[in-house]
Design a protein around this ligand. Structure first.
Ligand code: SF4
Length: 187
C-alpha cells in the first residue's frame, strides 16, 4: 500500500518542508523580508516595574526622550522577559490622557476637589506632620520608660517605592519619632 503524502510530509524536517513543496524562499514576501523588530533603533533602558512587590525587570524603549514601549526584560531572573497585564500597561502611568497633572485637595466637609499648587500642598502637609508629631508625642511610656516617640502618625509605603526610597523613608520617619514604618510588600 502506498504511504499517504501527508505521512511523508510529517517525516520531513520542518526547515525542509517549504522547499520540498516547491515554495522555497517564495513563501516569504518582500515586505516580510524587510520587517524587523518594532523596537529597532530605539533607546533601551533597563528599569523595574513599579506596580507590585514582585519587582519584574522591564526594558523601557524611547525615541528622542519620548516613551514608545515597555517590555519585560529577558535579563531579569524574576520575570525572564515576561510581564503581567498590569506591568504591560505601565506605559499608561506616563501617557494615559486621564493622568492627573495637578494636585487636588478636598477640604474637610468639602464635596468638590480643588486644584492647588504643589508648593501650597507641600506646605500644608509639612504643617500637618509637625502638628501630628507634637500632638502624639510620648516622652515616657506607661511603664515609666523614656521613649521619646510619636504615636501621631505612621507610614505605609507602596510597591512603587524602590530600595533606596524605602531606605530614606525609614531614616526620615524614624528621625521624626515614628515607630510604625511599614511597606505594602510586607503585608
Ligand atoms: S509586571 Fe506584574 S507581577 Fe511584575 S512587578 Fe509589575 S505588576 Fe508585579
Amino acid at each position: 500500500m502506498t504511504e499517504p503524502s501527508w505521512q511523508k510530509l510529517r517525516k520531513l524536517p520542518v526547515v525542509g518542508r517549504a522547499a520540498d513543496w516547491g515554495m522555497g524562499g517564495h513563501a516569504v514576501s518582500k515586505k516580510t523580508r524587510k520587517a524587523g523588530p518594532r523596537t529597532a533603533g530605539l533607546k533601551a533602558t533597563e528599569s523595574v516595574c513599579p506596580y507590585c512587590a514582585v519587582g519584574c525587570g522591564q526594558v523601557v524603549y524611547t525615541r528622542g526622550g519620548e516613551l514608545v514601549s515597555i517590555e519585560g526584560n529577558p535579563r531579569s531572573p524574576i520575570n525572564q522577559g515576561t510581564l503581567c497585564p498590569k506591568g504591560s500597561a505601565s506605559r499608561q502611568l506616563v501617557q494615559q490622557p486621564g493622568r492627573l497633572q495637578k494636585v487636588r485637595y478636598r477640604r474637610p466637609g468639602g464635596t468638590e476637589w480643588e486644584e492647588i499648587e504643589l508648593e501650597t500642598a507641600m506646605e500644608m502637609i509639612a504643617e500637618r506632620v509637625v502638628a501630628a508629631r507634637e500632638d502624639g508625642w510620648q516622652r515616657i511610656n506607661d511603664q515609666g520608660w523614656r521613649v521619646d516617640r510619636t504615636m501621631g502618625f505612621a507610614h505605609l509605603g507602596g510597591a512603587t517605592l524602590d530600595n533606596e526610597e524605602n531606605y530614606l523613608l525609614k531614616k526620615a520617619y524614624t528621625a521624626m519619632g515614628a515607630i510604625q514604618v511599614e511597606n505594602q510588600a510586607r503585608i
